[in-house]
Design a protein around this ligand. Sequence first.
Ligand code: F6R
Length: 241
Amino acid sequence: MKRIICRDAGEVSEIAAAMIAEQIFRNRESVIGLATGSTPEGLYGKLREMYENGDLDFSGVRTFNLDEYYPIRKSNDQSYDCFMRDKLFSHINVKMENIHIPNGECSDPAEECIAYEQMIAEAGGVDIQVLGIGLNGHIGFNEPERELRMDTHPTELTASTIEANSRFFSSIDEVPTKALTMGMGTIMRARSIILLITGAHKAAIAKKIFSGVVTTEVPASFLNLHPNTTVLLDEAAASEL
Ligand code: F6R
């Protein structure tokens, strides 16, 4: 894993946006894997700016999001579908038919996940995948477990993730306890990966992933085995390295 320590979260977003832009310049039909959560918000702000300034064209780009709560209505303002429209998609010229997010409204989650994995394969795989990291080391909703799943699958959220995500809901009881997520194999098959880690509260988990150990107890530690992963950290997140 390549490590870049940035001055602050703003610089993390700038470098990540430049890496995505470079991929789109190389291939205007790039397949970009996207994440939600608070970490990539700055990145999406930069991508919007680049589009508004006429520096970036998303008209050929295809996107696949990592995950979605289950069950959840797309109209729920805490759905990842809503988050992505609000933070990025409604502000750029990506085509609606090129946007993919696991469907939290589906009636058969297992079938939805198989179809999602197939759509990624049919698109030719992900060129560049954006990731954030949970306090417990999760990526997507691949939570610490004895065994990790390879492909997109339905999963249960851990108590730690429900607690961490409750800040977006009016009460913890409203946080969905299940999700649909790309698997570890889906993520590891991306040709390149950018992992964004910002804030002092992420310093301990950042230290763990650079400890030289790969363990299912810290799903993000598997990124050490990926041939083209860049970890962008701000100084606060890098303070224990
Ligand atoms: C979201 C996702 C999660 C988040 C992680 C960090 O699509 O896949 O793994 O990246 O929970 O969330 P924040 O950025 O809110 O700390």
